[in-house]
Design a protein around this ligand. Structure first.
Ligand SMILES: Nc1nc(=O)c2c([nH]1)NC[C@@H]1CN(c3ccc(C(=O)N[C@@H](CCC(=O)O)C(=O)O)cc3)C=[N+]21
Length: 307
């Protein structure tokens, strides 16, 4: 038996089509296209691929997109000034500063400099706090992509034993919060799961992982999850992505496909979903700015994506 494939490319394409329809509806109403500004500092080759993919995805759905390539040695002060310009630009509804940043730049300072209402990554402390309190403004793209991939494949997390491997601010932590929340019309990406977050310091990682009905792996270590760490019939979502000897691999060892009931692969799983959810957030940012007249207000409703 080999696992059912959770096809992130196909699911992301379906979400892009939903977003494209909303962008077209806006156009017919005479509204400007949602606009995303991506900021890339330095020339990390992986970051260049991701930012290019985001730019292509924006164009595909009819959004405006700008890629700002800044030199690796730009000062933090200049970068923060540049972000203020994007904050003030009415054509820009969403701002994304690609991570990782060069070492001389304080990531937290940069995340705080993005206007919270344009923070389509959901990394600003105000947005992280709102998510933690059950009042999400933007769902962080990768965790939301994981939940959408599961939901659209027919897997409900309600009451399930979900184990998350990894405790990062961009995946593990926000995903845990989303999985705990109730699913409501205002909060459609809730989970109501029993959530366990494990990490490299956890005692007996294999036993903890084997408890999972749904195992989400965002550890950042190639192949760390092997077949004996997975319960037969589990659903496994691989969030890791690494270039190893010229090939893309995830955190989940290929032998897991023989044990799991379903598996989200790398590439072709969470990566394309992350980009699709970025488009959703950019659309949401544009919608609320238009409908409320103010970019700084709390968004009153979530963009629901057919849930
Ligand atoms: N501010 C910020 N926001 C992010 O969302 C963000 C970031 N920084 N830094 C890096 C991570 C990583 N990330 C990916 C996005 C798409 C793919 C993706 O499209 N992957 C394709 C393969 C792409 C390839 O060919 O290399 C796939 O998995 O099929 C992967 C990884 C977004 N991130």
């Amino acid at each position: 038996m080999t696992a059912r494939l959770l096809d992130g490319r196909q699911t992301a394409a379906a979400i892009r089509a939903e977003v494209a329809a909303q962008v077209e509806r806006r156009r017919q109403q005479g509204l400007p296209p949602p606009g995303l500004a991506a900021v890339l500092v330095g020339d990390n080759p992986a970051s260049q691929v991701y930012v290019r993919n985001k730019h292509k995805a924006c164009q595909q759905v009819g959004m405006a997109s700008w890629v700002h390539q800044l030199p690796a040695d730009i000062s933090q002060e200049r970068l923060l000034d540049f972000l203020q310009e994007l904050n003030a630009d009415p054509r820009v509804h969403g701002i994304l500063v690609q991570l990782p940043l060069p070492r001389h730049i304080d990531e937290f300072a940069v995340q705080q400099a993005v206007l919270p209402s344009k923070d389509v990554d959901g990394f600003h402390p105000e947005n992280a706090g709102l998510l933690a309190l059950g009042r999400p403004r933007f769902y962080p793209c990768t965790p939301h992509g994981v939940l959408q991939l599961l939901w659209r494949a027919g897997y409900d997390t309600l009451g399930k034993e979900v184990v998350i491997v990894g405790r990062s601010n961009i995946v593990g932590k926000p995903l845990a919060l989303m999985l705990l929340q109730k699913r409501t019309a205002q909060n459609p990406a809730g989970g109501e799961a029993t959530v366990t977050v494990v990490h490299t310091r956890s005692r007996d990682l294999p036993a903890l992982c084997r408890r999972a009905e749904i195992l989400v792996v965002a550890a950042g270590v190639p192949g760390i999850i092997t077949a004996e760490m997975v319960a037969p019939g589990a659903i496994v979502v691989d969030v890791g992505i690494h270039s190893v000897e010229g090939r893309l691999v995830g955190d989940v060892h290929p032998q897991v496909a023989q044990i799991a009931a379903a598996l989200s692969p790398v590439p072709g799983g969470v990566g394309p979903m992350t980009i699709a959810m970025l488009l959703v957030n950019t659309l949401q940012a544009a919608e609320h700015i238009d409908s409320r007249g103010s970019a700084s207000e709390l968004f009153p409703r979530s963009f629901r994506l057919g849930l």
